[in-house]
Structure formats: C-alpha cells, structure tokens
Design a protein around this ligand. Structure first.
Ligand code: HEC
Ligand code: HEC
Length: 234
C-alpha cells in the first residue's frame, strides 16, 4: 500500500472516530463561519422536526421529488441523505461557495430552523429509484469496494459505507440510489474544481478535500462505472 493511500486511510479512521464521539461538535463545524446567518447555527438532530420539514420541503419536491425521490436525473435524490450533510450543503449554496445558480436563491430563503427541519426530514425518508446499468455496474462495484491502488484511489466503501449509507453524523453523504447522471456531474465538478468557489472552501468545509483529491484520479470510464453502481444501491 502506498504512503499516500495509507495517509488517507489513517486520516479517515481518525475522522470517523471523531464523528462517532462528537457529532454535535462536528455538526457545528459543518455549519461553519459562512453560514447563512451569523448566529450559531442550530444542530439538526436536536432541533429539527420531521413533520415541520415535510411541510417546509413542499417547494423542494417540485425538483427533488416526493419524499426526496427525484425522477429527473440531474436533480439529486435527497431521501435518506445525511442531515448534517444536507444542512451543510444548504449553507454552502446560500453563501455561494457551492456554486449553483438554481440552489443559491432557494437556500437563501431558509432560516436555521427551516434548514434543521428539512435536513432531518430528508434523512428520515427511504430512497428509491433507478437500477444500475448492466454493462457498467460490475466494474463500478470493484472500484467502490477495493479502490484503485495503482492510481492511489481509496475504496469508496471506506467512507460511503457498504450499502452507500454514508456516515450520517460525520456528514459523509449517502450515495445509495443517487442518480448516476448527477453523480457523474459531481465527480467531474470536484475534479475540475467547479463544485466550490472561493479561497475559503477548505476552511469552511474541510470534508471537501477528500473528494477534490480522489475525483482527479478517476478516469471517465471509472466515473461512469461507479456512478452506475451507486445508482443501483439500496
Ligand atoms: C428548480 C429545481 C430545484 C428546486 C426547486 C430545489 N432544488 Fe435542490 N438542487 C437542484 C439541483 C439542480 C441540484 C444540483 C446542483 C449541482 O449540480 O451542484 C440541487 C442540489 C441540492 C442539494 C445538494 C444535494 C447533494 O447531494 O449534494 C440539496 C441539499 C438541495 N438541493 C436541497 C434543496 C432544498 C432543501 C430545496 C427546497 C428549499 C431545494 N433543493 C429546491 C434543484 C432544485
Ligand atoms: C476518505 C473518505 C472518502 C472516500 C474514500 C470517498 N469519499 Fe466521496 N465523499 C466524501 C466526503 C466527506 C464527501 C462530501 C464532500 C463535500 O462536502 O463536498 C464526499 C462526496 C462524494 C460525492 C458527492 C455526493 C453528493 O451528493 O453530491 C460523490 C459522488 C462521491 N463522494 C463519490 C465517491 C466515490 C465514487 C468514491 C470512490 C472512488 C469516494 N467518493 C470515496 C468522502 C469520501
């Protein structure tokens, strides 16, 4: 095993251990200094209400689908997504650090309590959706489970979990049932740097460092294959 890969995995173990012991502190970090409001952001688990989130997400369901199960391949599925991750991404859209003209104004209308409610609501939903493409998923599974040592790509399973559930409290996103078209776009956006803008990305969102590094090492075929595999995961 190469030194770089070892370093990634050691770092990972430490992060996961930390996530398990201090979810509250991590959630606070996740909100970061660029949060939509200047007040200390709420922690989704303690203040979020699923029922309130169901009502408040009505406007979101026109794109993200009923219960967060979007049917448009470019609009990500949010059902079962980590609440910590959803809350963090909404703040990143709102501040413009995650670069997206559709989500920026929408996220900007949400108050801290709305973000908490919506985040816990989506985490509580069950993802459903498309199957994997039969031509690609086996190569994708191999990459997901074992990585690509020659290219120093760590196995996706280490962080995104055996069934793609992610690491909920650490804010590592769930990938299961995610639209493959959306997954391909995100991996390309990490690789090109288009997903986030500005000099503060890693200060505000240290989690971004992992994928900014990993995505650059993937070929177009590997991205296609692994995207197909995760789309079929449940
Ligand atoms: C007009 C369509 C549209 C509406 C309405 C919409 N979104 Fe989105 N949303 C998108 C698109 C497109 C993306 C993917 C952006 C990208 O490619 O980076 C996205 C991405 C997201 C993400 C990031 C998902 C991930 O896996 O990283 C979250 C979280 C999100 N939206 C939450 C919401 C919430 C909450 C609402 C309602 C307040 C909402 N969206 C309303 C289109 C929409
Ligand atoms: C060391 C941990 C780690 C490994 C290994 C890892 N990821 Fe990630 N991944 C993350 C984290 C953390 C994020 C959230 C980053 C952010 O905040 O932008 C993420 C985000 C993503 C996203 C964006 C999800 C969304 O909803 O927008 C995709 C797609 C993804 N990873 C795919 C992969 C694939 C494919 C592999 C294997 C080749 C992989 N990841 C390996 C930690 C990891």
């Amino acid at each position: 095993m190469s030194q770089t890969l070892k370093a990634v995995l050691v770092g990972l173990t430490a992060t996961v251990a930390l996530a398990c012991t201090t979810p509250r502190a991590l959630a606070q970090d996740a909100a970061g200094p660029s949060a939509a409001s200047t007040e200390t952001p709420s922690e989704p688990f303690s203040t979020g209400k699923v029922e309130a989130g169901a009502t408040k997400s009505a406007v979101c369901s026109s794109c993200h689908g009923p219960n967060g199960n979007s049917t448009n391949p470019e609009w990500p599925r949010l059902a079962g997504q980590s609440a910590v991750y959803v809350a963090q991404q909404l703040r990143l859209f709102s501040s413009g650090i995650r670069n997206n003209p559709i989500m920026k104004p929408l996220a900007g209308t949400l108050k801290d309590q709305d973000i908490s409610d919506i985040a816990v609501y989506y985490e509580a939903q069950t993802p459903s959706g498309l199957e994997a493409d039969p031509s690609y998923w086996q190569a994708g599974e191999a990459l997901y489970l074992r990585g690509d040592e020659a290219k120093e790509v760590p196995a996706c399973v280490a962080c995104h979990g055996p069934v793609g559930r992610g690491n909920l409290t650490g804010g590592y996103p769930a990938l299961r049932a995610q639209q493959s078209v959306y997954v391909i776009k995100q991996l390309n956006d990490y690789a090109s740097g288009a997903r986030y803008t500005g000099p503060d990305v890693l200060k505000v969102n240290p989690n971004a460092a992992m994928m900014l590094t990993i995505a650059k090492r993937l070929s177009a075929e590997q991205i296609r294959d692994v995207a197909s595999y995760v789309q079929g995961m449940r």
